[in-house]
Design a binder for this molecule. Structure first.
Ligand SMILES: C[S@@+](CC[C@H](N)C(=O)[O-])C[C@H]1O[C@@H](n2cnc3c(N)ncnc32)[C@H](O)[C@@H]1O
Length: 221
């Protein structure tokens, strides 16, 4: 079992981890195609990626897109980064930053799609702005997403699910909304290609149903 320090040292040597202290950390914004992926394929984000299950699996399924897992925790990112190296996935990167600062790392319309699997639900009213589907974050996503780009939320948390649907009803420029409070009894499970994250497996084991919302943000014409 590697210690956190050892993981941090390995992250520091890896090209697929973009983190503080590296020369490209402050220059990557608007330059992912040129400086990192070296192609102009769509960029898909996984926010609060933990060990990056969506990033790794989707990158394997769709080599014609690029995938970036975003998390503040370097030791978790190390797990996804290790798998990307093992599976030799050139279309994968991990970015270590608070999601609040996404617009410092992606330029306007640089991102094609966003996955948000099992974010911290932040149930206290005073933490509403910290929920990853609050108007504060939707504004941030709108800035970096191509018009009509999809956002996918998967959660175990009924309160966050209902909160998100309420916010979306009031939010301008939402289209193509679909949702279910029981993903595995719905027709939408195919969208996820069987991908289950670490937190999802824990909740499924506890018998909790998985909720899913997908919507497009911004005018798509
Ligand atoms: C509940 S875990 C879910 C991890 C993973 N998505 C899964 O489903 O197994 C939430 C993750 O989001 C990250 N996170 C929470 N708030 C964040 C923020 N503001 N910026 C970046 N990462 C954040 C945490 O470090 C953690 O890895």
């Amino acid at each position: 079992m590697r210690t956190k320090l050892k993981k941090f040292r390995e992250n520091a040597q890896r090209n697929n981890v973009i983190e503080p202290g590296k020369s490209n950390y402050h220059t990557i914004r608007g330059q992912w195609a040129i400086d990192h992926f070296r192609n102009t394929n769509d960029i898909v984000l996984e926010l609060g990626c933990g060990q990056g299950e969506y990033t790794i699996h989707l990158a394997q399924l769709d080599p014609a897109k690029n995938f970036v897992g975003v998390d503040v925790k370097g030791a978790r990112i190390w797990g996804g980064s290790t798998q990307a190296l093992q599976y030799q996935l050139p279309n994968v990167a991990f970015l270590r930053t608070p999601i609040e600062q996404l617009d410092q790392f992606f330029a306007v319309e640089e991102v094609a799609e966003i996955y948000i699997p099992f974010p911290d639900p932040r149930p206290r009213t005073r933490n509403e702005n910290r929920r990853l589907t609050s108007p504060y974050f939707l504004k941030l996503y709108r800035h970096i997403l191509k018009p009509g780009g999809f956002i996918h939320l998967k959660t175990d948390n009924l309160q966050l699910f209902e909160y998100t649907l309420e916010i979306l009803q009031q939010y301008p420029e939402i289209s193509e909304l679909i949702y279910t409070d029981d993903l595995y009894q719905s027709t939408w499970q195919a969208v996820h290609h069987g991908i289950k994250t670490k937190y999802e497996l824990k909740y499924l084991n506890e018998g909790v149903t998985i909720k899913y919302i997908r919507f497009a943000l911004g005018k798509n014409n």
